[in-house]
Design a protein. Structure first.
Length: 569
């Protein structure tokens, strides 16, 4: 990377991609390979036919880069979108920071360590994924105390993009713009909060300007205020823009505005960022039990998804994330549920752009009753909400799937989400799914026809359950049977398709009195800790343990059921 002085003279902030040309080695091997990130050392391990086959250990990533930039009035930051499970970062042999988690982002100020005179910088990242993690909510299924219930594997490596960000020494902090709206009688008051930090050694006086622009780039509203900021400290500024008549974000017309946030110092622009924003209202608490978007009922025809793919699970490129969301749209789904941890932020951006309702989720069925677990859980929860709260597509906050969280801790976490997002509980609800208390809503699952029960009662079930967080069935790739659906019979592709079409039609028959349902799931994923036979009919084809309920196989081959959804929706 080479950044020349003439480029910086006009730019307030520069975001440099550091994804290419890394050297990486797995601890204990002393063998190095050249890779680009996103990258995951745990490639095919979780797909072997073992109860616990996932890769654990430490990996080192090294990269050199060069920049030429006058440091005066500037700050330099490394922005990591995801390193699993623990990250320690060194720059030019100086420890510049660490992060525990992986599924949320982190930013490190590296101004004092970086060389900006054109000489070479040495960046080193240690990624650790030890077995039997006890202080994080994200652990692989084989390590779970309850076999198979942590749902899937966890990555080992730098599995999401890396950036070098150069800004002024007075700047808006990462995810430092928080916008939300109060909409009544077609009029909206927009509230914009900004978190700004002064990294310099002297007191500064700045003007903070917030502009709302439509798609054509026209300014519809503006708010400005002047504030002093003490050296080394930050301020939080709230600025409303009132009496707006917005076009509302909807599934049919996902209209996005742009909030342009600018910091001025005298006549000089010192920082500027842009935030997409959509105006919309949501209501889960209706007499008819329907979900209302902008006061109109929307039947939620949703799908859940894991970021798994043979050979590189979690380490998705932008093109691969976009491809997955094209599958979602191609099958006709209008809602998306994270399974069961925070996804790449690009998923949310695409939900915003495509008009897909998003049920984002923090964790699966994991709980360790320790002080360290509670503290990390709340820290990661805070990061998760702050990263996603501006997204109009977010309609539910999923605290935990098949929850084991004690009620008092779930209540504490729900209150924390409400503090971070003022629309929580009045519009967005905090959920557990298929077990749990202490949140706004424990959303049930319905596996009638798969794990016992009578699928013919699905319409009546759904009227009682309002929203079903998971429905689906097993199926064996390339196994076909004759005749209609036979419960407790062989798990053939056609019987899965028949059962799902029955549930789709029954759900549609009562859509005037329910919110909807979420199909489990788009793509079959590795499921360490479980003992099912895995994907495939012949022994030659079987891989696993795999949660083989997907509309797509682990290698993204569409099944009969995919075409059933496509034909209906």
């Amino acid at each position: 990377v080479f950044v020349s002085p003439w480029f910086n003279s006009k730019a307030q902030r520069i975001d440099i991609n550091l994804n290419n040309d890394w050297q990486t080695s797995l601890a204990g091997t002393n063998q190095w390979r050249k890779v680009n990130v996103p990258h995951n050392w745990d490639d095919y391990y979780g797909y072997r036919r073992l109860l616990h086959g996932n890769l654990h250990g430490d990996a080192v990533y090294k990269k050199t880069f060069t920049i030429k930039q006058n440091k005066t009035g500037k700050r330099f930051f490394l922005f990591f979108e995801g390193v699993g499970s623990y990250a320690t970062v060194m720059l030019n042999n100086k420890n510049v920071g660490s992060h525990a988690g992986g599924r949320t982002t982190f930013t490190l100020d590296v101004t004092d360590a970086i060389k900006s005179d054109g000489t070479q910088n040495q960046l080193e990242v240690k990624a650790s994924h030890p077995p039997n993690i006890k202080d994080l909510p994200w652990v692989c299924g084989g390590c779970s105390e309850e076999r198979g219930f942590s749902e899937g594997s966890q990555p080992l490596g730098i599995f999401r993009p890396v950036h070098l960000v150069i800004t002024s020494d007075v700047r808006i902090e990462p995810f430092g713009i928080h916008a939300y709206a109060d909409i009544k009688n077609n009029k909206a008051d927009l509230f914009i909060d900004a978190k700004i930090k002064n990294y310099s050694s002297k007191r500064r006086h700045v003007e903070i300007i917030q502009e709302l622009k439509n798609k054509a780039g026209h300014v519809l509203g503006i708010s400005a205020t002047n504030q002093p900021i003490e050296a080394g400290s930050y301020i939080e500024v709230s600025q409303p823009i009132n009496e707006l008549l917005p076009i509302l974000w909807s599934i049919e017309n996902p209209y996005l505005y742009e909030i342009v946030s600018t910091i001025m110092e005298g006549e000089k622009v010192v920082d500027r960022i842009k935030t997409d924003f959509g105006f919309r209202t949501i209501n889960w608490k209706t007499p008819s039990n329907q979900f209302l978007l902008n006061g109109k009922p929307v039947f939620i025809n949703g799908v859940a998804e894991y970021e798994h793919l043979l050979g590189q699970s979690h380490a998705f490129s932008k093109e691969q994330v976009k491809a997955r969301m094209k599958w979602v749209k191609a099958a006709g789904f209008n809602a998306f549920r994270d399974g069961h941890q925070p996804h790449n932020l690009l998923y949310g951006k695409l939900c915003n752009e495509k008009g897909i309702l998003w049920w984002t989720q923090l964790s699966a069925h994991v709980w360790y009753d320790t002080k360290e677990f509670r503290e990390n859980f709340k820290q990661l929860l805070t990061e998760w909400v702050i990263e996603r709260r501006n997204d109009p597509s977010v309609v539910l906050w999923g605290l935990q799937n098949e929850s084991k969280l004690p009620e008092d801790f779930a209540i504490e976490c729900t209150e924390l989400i409400r503090l971070l997002d003022p629309t929580t509980s009045s519009q967005r609800l905090v959920t557990t799914c298929n077990g749990g208390s202490g949140t706004d809503w424990d959303v049930p699952q319905n596996w009638t026809g798969t794990y016992g029960g009578d699928p013919k009662t699905y319409a009546d079930d759904l009227k009682k359950q309002v929203l079903v967080g998971e429905y689906g069935a097993w199926r064996t790739l390339d196994l076909h049977t004759e005749g209609g659906f036979v419960q407790n019979g062989p798990f053939s592709e056609d019987r899965m398709t028949q059962l799902m079409e029955q549930k789709v039609r029954l759900a549609e028959s009562v859509k005037d009195s329910v919110a909807g349902h979420i199909f489990w799931l788009l793509t079959s994923h590795d499921n360490p800790g479980r003992v099912q036979g895995g994907e495939g009919l012949r022994e030659l084809d079987r891989i696993g343990p795999v949660n083989y309920k997907g509309l797509l196989t682990p290698w993204e081959e569409p099944t009969d059921a995919f075409y059933m959804f496509r034909s209906n929706y």
